[in-house]
Design a protein around this ligand. Structure first.
Ligand SMILES: [Zn+2]
Length: 67
């Protein structure tokens, strides 16, 4: 299995598929079995199951230094 990211509030997640507004980056506003993420481009907030979120994400905090 792949290693799981440790997500924290305020992290930025880059997803595979762009939002309807064209944005790829989302801010994490809730961490748990479900994740709330807020689109950085249009401000829309959505809740998705964590397994679905982790399947869609391609990068954590893009633009920042990854450890
Ligand atoms: Zn958006």
């Amino acid at each position: 299995m792949t290693e799981r990211h440790n997500w924290q509030l305020g992290d930025v997640a880059r997803l595979k598929k762009p939002h309807v507004c064209g944005g790829l980056d989302w801010r994490v506003t809730r961490v748990g079995m479900d994740m709330d993420i807020c689109c950085l481009t249009c401000g829309r907030e959505v809740r998705i199951p964590r397994w679905d979120f982790e399947r869609r994400v391609t990068a954590q905090n893009p633009g920042n230094t990854l450890k």
